[in-house]
Design a protein around this ligand. Structure first.
Ligand code: ADP
Length: 414
């Protein structure tokens, strides 16, 4: 901690979300949720590397300046220079990192030490694309902000409340005991954030709320929340299971993998690429993984891709509706269905298409309210007398900032 600690109202947490070729960052006041500075460095380690920083407190400023093969460390160095230039460094009390996989070891945020780093590294075998990148961010921030506590907030943590019947697969138990093969779930910070917002809208404490939350972005997951806790979720041991996504297949018959390898001569690497990068909306539409592109094609009768785009979106919505309906098996009551993520927050068509399959759950939406709800607005789109159906803009960064501040306060006995 810095010697001259700023007053509580000026405390800020630097939130870092480090991917293999990108770093997203936000400077957030945890007590109000206000973002002071946000930014994205992308295409790192390529000639197209770029960084954009929005300083929000005053007139918006954009810096888009990198055209060399910058890496994570140099991107963070530029961030530090920007923080110094705006005299913001002294306000930062900690750095909060999004870490994708915390396994069974981490059900809560934790201050990062060598032992925690070792666990994150070990868990890379369960999240090979994500945990190593998260570690790059942690190492770079330890270097850049040597005096500040670094805190890990895990995507899997919210789902550690799942009972065994929800997280075990129907395969030999020894694979769970010896190799930790089980459902972990992801998008936990997002599901937690929207559940809290839903509790506010319902005017009930979160621990009395029963909810189903659909996070629909490039990655998609459905989570069922009982008394404020995750009791089941669609993503599994990896982020490939569950509903169909932008480029990921979601659930398929596991026998297809065997068929691809044994009958069609695929290698395991090719199956991996097929299921993770060439399937989902992209694979079915043969056009795009982007919902906006597909909707544009679908609504244009003269577009030769229109029928295929419609088919892909219909399968996408039906599979999500089935997942939502199946999760009603975990509940004895349901306060609300929640839509969030880029698609869930913005696509009125997708919300309508999903909910049209959910009449048995008394989920019916008002066309007018549904069409009005997009671009960051939150609220209830349910028709009169139907079950509440909320559209809520997610804010994972805020959760990371809030949980980091809370952990710090607890550690310091405040
Ligand atoms: P990520 O999982 O990468 O965080 P996002 O939550 O940003 O992804 O969601 C990206 C998806 O949201 C894309 O499929 C995009 O097309 C979709 N999306 C964003 N805005 C709209 C919109 N106005 N209408 C329909 N889909 C949208």
């Amino acid at each position: 901690m810095n010697k001259a600690t700023p007053p509580l109202s000026e405390h800020a947490i630097l939130v870092i979300n480090c991917g293999s070729s990108s770093v997203k960052f936000s400077l957030i006041r945890p007590h109000t949720g206000q973002s002071i500075l946000t930014g994205l460095a992308e295409c790192l380690l390529t000639p197209q590397a770029s960084i954009k920083i929005n300083y929000i407190d005053k007139d918006e400023k954009h810096i888009t300046a990198l055209n060399a093969p910058y890496d994570h460390q140099t991107a963070l160095t530029l961030l530090v220079e920007t923080l110094i230039a705006h005299k913001l460094v002294s306000e930062i009390i900690a750095v909060g990192h999004r870490v994708v996989h915390g396994g069974e070891q981490h059900a809560k945020p934790v201050i990062i030490d060598e032992k925690v780093k070792k666990t994150i590294k070990q868990l890379a075998q369960l999240a090979p694309l994500h945990n190593p990148a998260n570690l790059i961010g942690i190492n770079a921030c330890q270097h850049a902000f040597a005096n500040l506590p670094q805190i890990a907030v895990f995507d899997t943590a919210f789902h550690q409340s799942m009972p065994k019947k929800a997280y075990l697969y129907g395969i030999p138990y020894s694979l769970y005991q010896e190799h930790a093969i089980r459902r972990y779930g992801f998008h936990g910070t997002s599901h937690y954030f929207v559940a809290k917002q839903a509790a506010n809208l319902l005017k009930k404490p979160l621990n009395q709320c029963d909810l189903i939350s659909a996070h629909l972005g490039n990655g998609c997951s459905v989570t069922v929340i009982k008394n404020g806790e995750s009791v089941d979720t669609s993503l599994g041991m990896t982020p490939l299971e569950g509903v169909m996504m932008g480029t990921r297949s979601g659930d398929i018959d596991a026998g297809i993998v065997i068929h691809l390898v044994e009958q069609l001569g695929y290698t395991i690497e090719q199956v991996d690429t097929l299921l993770n990068k060439q399937s989902g909306l992209l694979g079915l539409s043969e056009l795009s993984n982007d919902c906006r592109t597909l909707e544009t094609a679908m609504f244009d009768e003269n577009n030769p891709d229109s029928a295929q785009a419609t088919l892909a979106l219909s399968v996408f919505c039906y599979r999500i509706a089935k997942s939502i309906a199946s999760f009603s098996a975990s509940l004895t009551s349901l306060d609300a269905l929640i839509f969030t993520g880029g698609i869930g927050e913005n696509s009125a068509w997708v919300r309508k298409e999903i909910t049209k399959h959910l009449g048995l759950l008394n989920i019916n939406i008002s066309e007018e309210k549904n069409n009005e709800m997009c671009f960051g607005t939150s609220g209830n789109i349910a028709a009169d007398n139907a079950r509440a159906c909320y559209v809520i803009a997610t804010n994972e960064e805020w959760v990371i900032a809030e949980q980091s501040a809370k952990l710090l306060a607890n550690t310091q006995g405040e």
